[in-house]
Design a binder for this molecule. Structure first.
Ligand code: NAD
Length: 365
């Protein structure tokens, strides 16, 4: 198979962790007899510096030609004085999501047994680690609904309005993604809403229940209100498997999930839409869950695992290369289990650098 990939390293630690991930990707594909055809393009602050905007036209064109995007991270203090609409993250990631209609965000929450100490959760509650996936609707709900405005009132007060809107069809298409994810795991799906208060959530719960009953009777579906889900996630994260949420609830719960899993440096994510690539599989954007970490950039200490695991997610979803993705996941797990770790997960022990960690994963592939 020929894999055409647009590589967008971005800013601060972005190029560092991408530099550690690429050799792993190249090696696993070479071993499987596949051809990696990639090109690297500026995005975020790098896009502003090189081409005057966070998502340069040439970068977007290269993404459109590719089967998938492997993204690093963008933003940082260098561009903080720009107007909000021109900031690296807002002016590159959001337009990319919008342009490619990436409505499904898949974020695995993985805490291997060897890293139980990295979690703020009591060790006896997560004795066998955490292994869950959050499926978040990414292009609807409160963040995009209109009207969205702030208005001064005649009585001198100020009123702000955001609008939460969901269509049945939007809920069905994200449920489809959640069903596929649950089927590939343990056939358990937990849908989160606030159906005791919100109209959108009433529609959400009804639609998810009807869709799963009709299309996936093999899936065990349950529901939780979002406040209860937030509580259970810190109380008993190991009990979670596949979590399905609307946009804002997913934004919050997926960060809570990242917190219980210890380090942002370990968490990958995929954003998928309806657009298919040349292989008839979902075109997607794959990126670490964390940001550009300016506080640790340029020191060769960032954890490259989230970027490496994002490449594995890409092989799985956009290319159907499950054996290759499994091999990368296993190599990361083995490296960590053998005690080779970057500073964020080393607990005071001698830490490996970004490059050394990447090389250790590569050696165990
Ligand atoms: P951040 O995720 O960059 O960093 C939060 C903390 O996590 C920091 O202490 C950082 O050192 C640590 N961290 C993150 N990734 C790590 C890794 N791979 N290894 C070890 N430690 C890691 O969040 P922030 O500091 O709030 O944001 C910094 C910049 O990143 C901002 O400009 C923000 O807008 C941007 N950002 C970008 C994205 C993205 O590109 N998708 C996402 C979030 C934030």
């Amino acid at each position: 198979m020929q894999l055409s990939i647009a590589i967008l390293p971005g800013d601060y630690i972005g190029p560092e962790v991408m530099g550690a991930a690429l050799p792993v990707l190249e090696a696993v594909l070479k071993r499987g007899g596949h051809i990696l055809d990639y090109s690297t393009h500026p995005v975020g602050g790098a896009g502003i510096d090189i081409a005057g905007k966070a998502l340069p036209d040439a970068t977007l064109a290269a993404c459109s030609r590719a089967d998938a995007i492997l993204f690093g991270s963008v933003g940082g203090p260098k561009w903080e004085k720009l107007p909000p609409a021109e900031q690296p993250e807002r002016a590159s990631l959001l337009p990319l999501r919008k342009h490619f209609k990436l409505f499904a965000n898949i974020r695995p929450g993985l805490l291997p047994e060897a890293l139980i100490n990295a979690s703020p959760v009591r060790p006896e509650r997560i004795a066998r680690g955490i292994d869950m996936v959050c499926i978040r609707e990414l292009t609807g709900g409160l963040y995009f609904g209109q009207p969205k405005r702030t208005t001064p009132l005649p009585d001198g007060d100020i009123e702000a309005v955001d609008t939460m809107i969901y269509r049945k069809s939007e809920i069905e298409r994200i449920t489809e993604v959640a069903i596929a994810t649950a089927r590939a795991r343990h056939k358990r799906l937990l849908s989160v809403d606030k159906a005791n208060v919100l109209e959108c959530s009433v529609l959400w719960r009804k639609t998810v229940a009807a869709y799963v009953a009709e299309k996936a009777p093999d899936i065990a579906l349950s529901h939780l209100y979002v406040d209860n889900a937030a509580m259970q996630l810190v109380r008993d994260p190991a009990a979670f498997d596949v979590l399905l949420t609307e946009n804002m609830f997913g934004d919050i719960l997926s960060d809570e999930m990242a917190a219980v899993c210890g380090s942002l440096g370990m968490l990958s994510s995929a954003s998928l839409g309806d657009v298919k690539n040349r292989h008839g599989l979902p075109f997607g954007l794959y990126e670490p869950a964390g940001g550009s970490a300016p506080d640790i950039a340029g020191k060769n200490i960032a954890n490259p695992c989230a970027q490496i695991l994002s490449a594995a997610l890409m092989l799985r979803h956009s290319f159907g290369l499950h054996a290759e993705a499994d091999a990368i996941d296993a190599a990361v797990k083995k490296t960590i289990a053998e005690g080779i770790r970057t500073a964020d997960i080393a607990f005071g022990a001698t830490a490996a650098g970004t490059r050394e960690m990447g090389a250790a994963v590569l050696a165990r592939l």
